[in-house]
Every structure is written in structure tokens, then in C-alpha cells.
Design a protein around this ligand. Structure first.
Ligand SMILES: Cc1cc2nc3c(=O)[nH]c(=O)nc-3n(C[C@H](O)[C@H](O)[C@H](O)COP(=O)(O)O)c2cc1C
Length: 371
């Protein structure tokens, strides 16, 4: 029996299986509004048979966007635009839908990757001044960000809260707070980006303080029966950077405050990072967090094969896997994994006739007779 296709509880949310779709920026919104691209893209992924879809990094304020085309959840228009997409998904798919709430910090005001990804200078058309824990740029050639003062940090926290309230109204099943990949909350955690000398910089406890404040505020703002969790980069891949020990400490602190899961990724805070890439290269970090913290733990990164995903769950390395590129390449990955592992998935009845005859139990609840 496949364990990948066993249900998983994240707080009060039960996923039909342990395959989650990683958040993936589409850089395709206008003024933060989801549009037809999101309808097609998220709609397609919602039919994948995965247990959960995590909507892309969604900015809590215009200045928190990575690019001018990022998805946002900071205005009534943003909320209405996303409601349209979610209504379509809910009508046709049982998939759990969470959203990743994000602030880009010093990585804001950038071009989309397909336009080179460089910083858009603050005084250039469509550019703006980025904010960060300290006035230290991500890349040496970049215009430095403005260091946040207490009022600026209060605004960031309140923007997360307002977005969480909108997410609650939208009926989203969970919130993932983005504290990874070198964006604002990761910048607070990492000594490479955080050079503050107040109570938010220096010691591990101080560097964790603002991400925890944001977590508490979001947890408080989102209905208590729906989960909130965090995505953390477990290492900066740079000596002297954020590391797995800090990740475990932060995860334990979050657990004590009602965090429902940890999504374990790595890197993103420094161009100096030396990543050791390979199949499942980040799974050992998830395994450490799972073993030492005991929260449901999601592993991600070059998980591409059904047997590989099955082994990660069966060997208790993680409680769920998260796939990004493999889901873009093959949006029916969970169907194919179920076929390989002798399990079944939820699929829309309009597609039931695609089931190969030898896999007669592939689609849960499928009724054949009339063809
Ligand atoms: C197109 C694309 C967009 C991404 N956007 C996000 C994002 O919005 N938030 C995030 O935390 N990670 C983002 N990532 C990283 C993925 O979530 C994932 O961690 C990474 O791609 C490794 O997983 P994979 O090997 O399955 O692709 C993105 C990756 C891709 C390929």
C-alpha cells in the first residue's frame, strides 16, 4: 500500500494524499490581480490529483512584490480577482488550496526571470525603493534597500494581517508564511542580510523575533480551525549564514505558538551560495526538522520520481512532498504516480474515460459502465 497516497492532517486540514504543489510565482498579475493566466494555470493544477495546491508567493503590499507583475492580496480588487479563480477551482476540484503570503524585502523591485531578473532601480519606470532589515543589498551592484524602522516593521506585520484576513474571507484552507529564499523574513533570520544592532539583530533569538511576531499576528488573524505554517530555508549554503540549527530552533519556537507544519527548502539569501544539487538534495534538512521538531514536515527540491517520493514518506524522512518544476512539466504527475504505485486519485468525471483499462481503480469513485 502506498504511503504517499495516505491522507495527512496539517492541523485540522486533512489532505487526501501527501503530494503538494509547491508555490510558484507566475509574474503574470496586473496590479496584483490574478487574471486569466491564473485561472488556466491554477485550474489545471487543481485537477492534478495532488492533496494540496499552494498558491504562489502572494505579496502583502505593493512594495513587497518581487516584480511589478507579482500576485498580491493587498486590495479589494486583488481579493475579488482571486475569488473568481477560487470559485472555479472549488466548483470542480476537492483539492485543498493554501496561499503563500510573502514580502520580498530587498529582493523587491526586480524584473521577471524571463526579462533577466535584475533589480529595477528605484528611480526607473515601475521601480521602487525596497525595504529590508538592514541597508545591505542582495547583489553588490544593486541600490541598497532602506532599513526598516519600528514603524516600517509594524506596517509589514499589519500588511500580513490584512492579507491573512482576506485569505480567510476567500475561504483558503491554509496560509504558508514565506520565510525562505532570501525574501524579507529570511533576511531577518540570516546574519548575511541582518546587520541590525537592536533587539531584531545579532543573536539567534533576536533574528527570529520579527518572523515570529509576523507568525503570531497571522495566526491570530486567520480562523483558528485553519492551519498556518512557515516555509523556511534550512541553510544559506554560505559559511556564517543561516543554518539547520537555527531552522530547528525556529521550528520549535513556532510549534509552541501553534504552527501547523514546516515546509523545508534552502538558499536564496546570497549570490555566494554554493548549493549541492542532486535528487532530493534538501530532504535531509526536512528529515532533521521532522525528527527534532515533530511537526508535519514538507520536503521539496528535485523530487521527481514516484518511487522517490514514496520512499521519502515510507522512510519517515518527511510527512509530505512538494513538487514545483515536475508539476509544470507534467501536471498529471499525481495520476501517473498513483498508477505506478497502485493507488488512486480524485479526478474530474469529465476525464474518467482516460483511465487505461488495466488501471481500473486509478480514479477514486469513478463509475464505468456506459462508454
Ligand atoms: C516557476 C517557479 C516559481 C517559483 N516560485 C516560488 C514561490 O512563489 N515561492 C516559493 O517559496 N518558491 C518558489 N519556487 C521554488 C519552488 O517552490 C521549489 O521550492 C523549487 O522549485 C524546488 O522544487 P522542484 O525541484 O520540485 O522544482 C518557484 C520555482 C519555480 C520553478
Amino acid at each position: 500500500m502506498s504511503q504517499l497516497f495516505e491522507p495527512l492532517a496539517i492541523g485540522n486540514l486533512t489532505l487526501a494524499n501527501r503530494i503538494t504543489i509547491a508555490p510558484m510565482c507566475q509574474y503574470s498579475a496586473e496590479d496584483g490581480n490574478a487574471g486569466d493566466w491564473h485561472m488556466i494555470h491554477l485550474g489545471s493544477l487543481a485537477l492534478s490529483g495532488a492533496g494540496m495546491l499552494i498558491v504562489e508567493a502572494t505579496a502583502v503590499s505593493p512594495e513587497g512584490r518581487i516584480t511589478p507583475q507579482d500576485l498580491g492580496l493587498y486590495s479589494d480588487d486583488n481579493e475579488a480577482a482571486l475569488a473568481r479563480v477560487l470559485k472555479a477551482i472549488r466548483a470542480h476540484s476537492p483539492i485543498a488550496v493554501a496561499i503563500q503570503l510573502a514580502h520580498a524585502g530587498r529582493k523587491a523591485s526586480s524584473h521577471a526571470p524571463w526579462d533577466g531578473g535584475q533589480q529595477i532601480a528605484p528611480d526607473a519606470p515601475r521601480g521602487w525603493h525596497a525595504v529590508a532589515p538592514s541597508a545591505v543589498p542582495h547583489g553588490q551592484e544593486e541600490v541598497p534597500p532602506v532599513a526598516l524602522d519600528r514603524a516600517g516593521m509594524d506596517k509589514v506585520r499589519d500588511d500580513f494581517v490584512a492579507a491573512a484576513r482576506r485569505a480567510a474571507r476567500l475561504g483558503l484552507d491554509g496560509i504558508e508564511i514565506h520565510a525562505a529564499h532570501g525574501y524579507l523574513l529570511h533576511q531577518f533570520l540570516s546574519p548575511l542580510a541582518n546587520h541590525r544592532d537592536d533587539e531584531y539583530g545579532g543573536s539567534l533569538e533576536n533574528r527570529m523575533r520579527f518572523p515570529i511576531e509576523v507568525f503570531d499576528a497571522v495566526r491570530e488573524a486567520f480562523p483558528s480551525d485553519r492551519p498556518v505554517w512557515m516555509r523556511i530555508s534550512a541553510t544559506d549554503w554560505v559559511p556564517g549564514g543561516w543554518d539547520i540549527e537555527g531552522t530547528v530552533a525556529l521550528s520549535k519556537a513556532l510549534k509552541a505558538r501553534g504552527c501547523a507544519a514546516i515546509h523545508v527548502t534552502t538558499g536564496g539569501v546570497s549570490p555566494q551560495q554554493a548549493i549541492k544539487l542532486g535528487p532530493g538534495y534538501q530532504v535531509p534538512y526536512a528529515q532533521r526538522v521532522k525528527a527534532e521538531v515533530g511537526l508535519p514536515t514538507i520536503a521539496v527540491g528535485l523530487i521527481t520520481e514516484p518511487e522517490q517520493a514514496e520512499a521519502i514518506i515510507a522512510n519517515h524522512e518527511a510527512d509530505a512532498v512538494s513538487l514545483a518544476r515536475a508539476m509544470l512539466y507534467d501536471p498529471r504527475w499525481p495520476w501517473h504516480a498513483a498508477a505506478r504505485l497502485g493507488a488512486s486519485v480524485q479526478a474530474p468525471k469529465q476525464y474518467w474515460r482516460s483511465q487505461p483499462r488495466e488501471l481500473k481503480d486509478l480514479f477514486a469513485g469513478a463509475a464505468f459502465g456506459q462508454r
